[in-house]
Design a protein. Structure first.
Length: 202
């Protein structure tokens, strides 16, 4: 996949993130684990984010169980951040947990779960991503389609065309349409990307 398309996929996935800026990793793993378990509000969300960044081979065995545990927390922002961190770690053993998050009542958590499954190389991620193409939320559907596309699966093509052509939908951004068009190009669909781009409003 070309760099430009990867960038646009990242832009589309970014719609699932909350509007907080994670600080520099000023603490150690033990401190962030403590924050995650016993902290309050944003402190826990920041901990979940940074633990995902710090999960190397030595620390992952301690971090993964902690992130799994908060997937059932009442804070949707925390659940979303935890599932995205699990996607960064990309441990195949977390696939069932992330699949479970695809059924979360919060659409942003579901979108994050679709994104994360796209980062894990496992055939077990494909069926739930195909199911997510039927989600009621378009960002979830797009993330699932992009995740499948990154695996070379064309099941999301109808979602891409829906996103591109439904120009009246105010919930669909220009970046989402461009990401969809570029994935179609990477999947070598015959429809011209130039035709799609002409439909995208400024």
């Amino acid at each position: 996949m070309k760099f430009k398309s990867l960038l646009l996929v990242a832009i589309a996935f970014a719609f699932t993130a909350s509007a907080y800026a994670a600080p520099e990793k000023a603490k150690g793993v033990d401190e962030y684990l403590k924050d995650l378990m016993y902290g309050y509000g944003k402190e826990r969300v920041v901990a979940a984010y940074n633990l995902g960044e710090m999960a190397d081979n030595m620390n992952a065995p301690r971090i993964i169980p902690a992130l799994r545990e908060v997937l059932s927390d009442g804070d949707a922002d925390l659940r979303k951040t935890a599932v995205r961190s699990l996607g960064k770690i990309a441990d195949i053993n977390t696939v069932p947990d992330i699949i479970g998050a695809l059924k979360d009542k919060n659409k942003e958590v579901r979108a994050a779960a679709a994104e994360s499954l796209g980062k894990i190389k496992s055939p077990n991620t494909v069926p739930p991503l195909k199911d997510a193409l039927k989600d009621s939320d378009k960002v979830v559907k797009l993330n699932a389609a992009l995740a499948l596309g990154m695996k070379g699966d064309r099941a999301g093509v109808p979602v891409f065309t829906e996103i591109i052509f439904d120009v009246a939908d105010k919930n669909v951004s220009r970046q989402m349409r461009i990401a969809a068009a570029n994935m179609l190009k990477d999947l070598k669909e015959k429809t011209s990307i130039k035709t799609f781009l002409k439909l995208i409003p400024d």
